[in-house]
Design a protein around this ligand. Sequence first.
Ligand code: ZN
Length: 199
Amino acid sequence: MADAPAVRFRDLVNLTGVQDLFPDVTAEQAEALSARASNLLADDPDLGDVHVVRGADHYSHEADTIGLDKPHPDILSHEAGHAQGIGRAGGVYKNLVRLSNQSSRINQLAAIPASLSIRALTDSTAVGNSVLAPLAGISALLASPGLYEETRATVKAVGKSPDKMKTFGQLLPPLIEHYAHGLAAPAVYLGQILASKED
Ligand SMILES: [Zn+2]
């Protein structure tokens, strides 16, 4: 099987580049995507080198690669926002976002067992709460750089869109999902504390 051609962001300015990435694209979709890519590139020529692959919507700063599931201009804008943000940021911001995303995933897995075992360790609700409250705070704090980055990329994409309301409508549900994931762990800890205050 022949490998799909390697596509860079600058290739998306041409319809053939879009077709390399999405062979089944319609003419209308291809034009919309290449028009958006042209705008983004005119704004920030450095985006040209970023790799673009077909796959789950994401931006990987290790590989400087945007993944796109569908030829959707608004998602391209959002991921380009990550490429400009995390991709160009200094090490501190990059590491903070990466750490935040990793810890959100770990926190989500750990929050329920952790809060249950804290309850099991002590009969005292007050003592349990004194441990759970900082955990809620710490896990929310750890999630916040990742959520900040997601929000920043979406705000940037909306700002660049010719149809801001439509873009906002497209990008809001995935943003809410990020918040739900990022805040899942703090919510578990807070839920435990609140539950303990009810009789
Ligand atoms: Zn994102």
